[in-house]
Design a protein around this ligand. Sequence first.
Ligand code: ZN
Length: 155
Amino acid sequence: MANIESFDLDHTRVHAPYIRLAGVKTTPRGDSISKYDLRLLQPNQGVIEPAALHTLEHLLAGYLRDHLQDVVDVSPMGCRTGLYMAVIGEPNEEGVLQAFTAALQDTANHDRPIPGVSELECGNYRDHDLTTARQLARTALDQGLKVQETVLIQR
Ligand SMILES: [Zn+2]
């Protein structure tokens, strides 16, 4: 099986909330694509309920793109402690940190309908929780986000 970068991350030695550059790929044409972890909860200590994570996905999809150019994708982590982001190029980590912080501020303040929530636009439109999504964003902001270095598992 192919080697997966995140399986080499020591999840016991990171301190959420954080952003972490997980890797950079170069395409055959020479463009680079960076992948980031946007971790909200400390691994193995908390978990985001699926409805709230779904709402975070909908809100951050738009708000991150408002603050950072060339975002390719924002999607939930299967472990439900945060989200992944893929972005074209190699934005510096401080810039990504600022963009994520601003997007979380927008999320915490979001008091309108959740975008993309209808049977036409979403695959599970009944499964959302804006109140908890806003609280999670606020809590992460209150805790203070930082850039997390990659800490490899010592094998
Ligand atoms: Zn959806």
